[in-house]
Write a protein that binds this ligand. Structure first.
Ligand code: NDP
Length: 501
């Protein structure tokens, strides 16, 4: 029987890919002043997908000016209700462009079809619908103040919530469309304007989404996009004095550079950075849940996932059974291009990323870890790497300490008296993004939830993401929160007003 063929791309995708991609500034697609470009490629095959303009400080400056003009001009006349209607319309247009967005996201990033369908058909539309409800509910407060001895009835003090201004949004390649959505939706809900710099490895759905925003009624200049490399376009955006706030998602190392670049005009900064999240499994946990749950926690998006549960702490009584179960599922996963609907596990984003992952696995091997499954790249085109499970690891080992951002699970056993040690070990990296606890004992679960120093901890599931639930990092996993009501805060300023008469 021959292998199933990837379905043909839809007309809208073919037409989109045939374009010469530029920057979206003030409502128009423009080339780079320098004429510089970069190539876009498919990580599943290495095939060339087209050419894209590479911007620098010139395009960033033009985009910031367009964003400022729109912020002070047409966008400031939109009522809260009208901004909500625009966000709702974006959600509808994402659904109408479902097939094209799925195909572009898969070609750019390599994720499997079912995941792309969930992202483009549910997650992104729901997120825009959630934020569509917020503009009319962003409220200040009345304050019982008595400035300069004013008596009640002689003064009225209240707060106004105002948009932060021009937002510079910088996004990574690991989940391209959701990462852009996470910046654009709260910015539009609060009345900010945006200059977006998507990862140069994955610009396709970002470009399509800014067009969709325009089609939904967002005025020219409200959402601008400059393609290009982080070191040029990203750095220029982070440093630009006309930007009021930076919303960055990416590595902790670059996050630190963003903070320094932003210091020039003390722009506000939110950072969603790396992770090395613990998964703690007690011996009373339901193994029917734990084993597939741990596989999803680590290998979702080929492990290129900031929330990935990459450090598994499992009670010694069930250690062998859990490891064998995970290895059995991981080894049986069908590796292949995301466009093949039968693929369960896609490629890594690029050759260098695969080298990086392989380097961490080799370091673990040298330091004494046992590779239970995976540990190599399959021989086929594209940047694939097998889902890998390592045991006999310790907290000091290179693959346990560092964010690998690839499909590598490190497993450690613990005993009956090790509750506090596991809690300490769970917190033994510089990160604090996500984590999960697996047990039928709710008291034990809640005690461990309290001990884990992460922005998010789930019980009997991993990475419980929802538009309404705040998400973000503790320690070096970031500053601030995205999602939910809290996700609006970094896009707002508070003005205290007192009126006397
Ligand atoms: P990087 O930090 O390398 O890049 C992120 C973005 O920053 C890209 O657009 C990149 O541009 C840009 N960039 C790079 N250098 C600079 C600079 N000096 N100034 C301004 N911008 C710059 O991360 P990756 O793209 O490799 O993404 C993986 C990382 O993202 C992982 O650490 C992961 O944990 C983290 N992440 C965190 C999430 C969270 O919510 N906490 C979610 C998803 C990922 P270019 O790529 O074009 O060079």
């Amino acid at each position: 029987m021959s292998a199933p063929q990837a379905p043909a791309l839809c007309r809208a995708t073919v037409d989109f890919l045939a374009r010469k991609h530029g920057h979206f500034i003030g409502g128009k697609w423009l080339p780079s002043a320098s004429g510089e470009t970069f190539r876009i490629f498919d990580p599943a095959t290495g095939a060339d997908l087209g050419e894209c303009a590479a911007g620098d400080a010139t395009e960033i400056d033009a985009a910031v000016r367009a964003a400022r003009a729109a912020f002070e001009g047409p966008w400031s006349t939109f009522t809260a209700a009208k901004r909500g209607a625009v966000l709702w319309k974006i959600s509808e247009l994402v659904q109408q462009n479902f097939q094209q967005l799925c195909e572009l996201e898969i070609l750019d990033n390599g994720l499997p079809t079912p995941l792309a369908q969930y992202v483009c058909g549910m997650f992104v539309p729901e997120f825009f619908r959630y934020y569509a409800g917020w503009p009319t509910k962003i409220e200040g407060a009345t304050i019982p103040a008595s400035p300069q001895g004013k008596l009640p009835g002689e003064a009225l003090s209240f707060t106004l919530r105002e948009p932060a201004g021009v937002v510079g949004a910088i996004t990574p390649w690991n989940s391209p469309l959701p990462m852009v959505m996470l910046k654009i939706a709260p910015a539009l809900a609060t009345g900010c304007t945006v200059v977006l710099k998507p990862a140069e490895l994955t610009p396709l759905t970002a470009m399509r989404l800014v067009e969709i925003c325009q089609e939904a009624g967002v005025p020219d200049g409200v959402i601008n996009l400059v393609n290009g490399y982080g070191a040029k376009a990203g750095a220029a955006l982070a440093a630009h004095p006309g930007v009021d706030k930076i919303a960055f998602t990416g590595s902790t190392a670059v996050g630190k550079q963003i903070v320094q670049a932003a210091a020039g005009n003390l722009k506000k900064v939110t950072l969603e950075l790396g992770g090395k999240s613990p998964v703690v499994v007690f011996d009373d946990a339901d193994l029917e849940q734990v084993i597939p749950g741990a596989v999803r926690a680590c290998f979702f998006l080929q492990g290129q996932n900031c929330m990935a549960g990459t450090r598994l702490f499992v009670h010694e009584k069930i250690h062998d059974k859990v490891v064998a179960g995970i290895a059995a599922i991981a080894s049986a996963m069908k590796i292949g291009p995301g466009l093949d609907p039968s693929s369960e596990f896609g490629p890594l984003i690029s050759g260098p990323q695969r080298e990086r992952v392989s380097g961490f696995v080799e370091a673990g091997r040298k330091e004494g870890a046992e590779i239970v499954c995976g540990g190599k790249a399959p021989s086929r085109p594209g940047y694939f790497y097998e889902p890998t499970v390592m045991t006999r690891v310790s907290n000091e080992m290179t693959p346990v300490r560092n964010e690998i951002f690839g499909p590598v699970l490190c497993v450690q056993a613990f005993g009956d008296d090790d509750f506090e040690r596991v809690a300490r070990d769970a917190n033994s990296t510089v990160y604090g993004l996500s984590g999960s606890v697996w047990t039928r004992d709710i008291g034990k679960a809640m005690k461990m939830v309290r001990r884990i120093d992460s922005g998010q901890v789930s019980v009997n599931m991993h990475a419980a993401i929802d538009p309404s639930m705040p998400f973000g990092g503790n320690k070096q996993s970031g500053w601030g929160r995205e999602f939910g009501r809290e996700g609006l805060e970094p896009y707002l300023k508070t003005k205290g007003v007192t009126v006397t008469w």
